[in-house]
Design a protein around this ligand. Structure first.
Ligand code: OZZ
Ligand code: MG
Length: 214
């Protein structure tokens, strides 16, 4: 096919969503993925849990690992208090280009800093490059075998503080077993599972919320 799925998703946003209206962007993507083409956005059911955790934390500095098309960046950024910001790391330049346009269509570009590159390269540079002390909230939704090494890297780089909340997507499907075992066994985390379903399907999935105790 001439266009890619992310390009068709962006077109659906530009066709069906209203500029500067994040909720209409979220709905346009959910409708596209439910009725046209499935895509790996966190989706509406798990997105509702994501919203509740973001509202509870009300982060001033938030990090997302894995932007893809920008769906969860819009969900998170729309809830951020004034002056707060979300840094989202995206490895694939084609996905990054789509995500930037989706975030811009929602009118949230001033709250979101999309950084192109690998989490392993960028996490150690967060302090000096972005002037970040620590993150209040981290959403993990990138490669599932990167969840654990990147969490350990965040710890080692001093980017987590007492009370930082990590929220991980897909801990059941596709699954992140090594990450799950780590946060549930470690005395440095208080972890809790939120049962849900894989986006736009009836398959079992869920989010793991883990509070860093330092
Ligand atoms: O595989 C999944 N997600 C991997 C996501 C990866 C994203 O993270 C980026 N990244 C950004 C920074 C990096 O350092 C590395 C990758 C990649 O460039 C991609 O944009 C997945 C799969 C299913 N599924 O049903 O199959 C459902 C889901 O909700 C999923 O999230
Ligand atoms: Mg996911």
């Amino acid at each position: 096919t001439r266009t890619t799925r992310p390009q068709r998703l962006l077109r659906a946003v530009q066709k069906n969503a209203t500029r500067n209206n994040p909720l209409s962007v979220i709905s346009a993507i959910d409708d596209f993925c439910r009725h046209r083409e499935w895509a790996m956005n966190v989706g509406d059911e798990k997105g509702f849990i994501l919203d509740s955790v973001v509202n509870e934390v009300s982060p001033v500095t938030a990090l997302e690992l894995g932007a893809y098309c920008g769906y969860s960046a819009v969900r998170i950024a729309r809830l951020l208090p004034p002056g707060a910001c979300l840094i989202t790391l995206e490895f694939n330049p084609d996905y990054a280009a789509i995500a930037r346009q989706v975030i811009a269509w929602a009118g949230l570009e001033d709250k979101v800093q999309l950084v192109e590159g690998a989490s392993g390269d960028w996490i150690p540079r967060m302090k000096e490059h972005f002037g970040i002390e620590t993150f209040d909230f981290v959403f993990l939704d990138h490669w599932k075998d990167s969840y654990l090494p990147d969490t350990k890297l965040l710890e080692e780089c001093g980017l987590l503080r007492k009370g930082t909340v990590l929220l991980a997507d897909n801990v059941i499907c596709p699954g992140a077993p090594d990450y799950l075992e780590y946060v549930r066994k470690s005395l440095s985390y208080e972890s809790r599972f939120f049962k849900s379903h894989l986006e736009y399907t009836k398959a079992e999935d869920g989010l793991e919320k883990s509070v860093y105790l330092s």
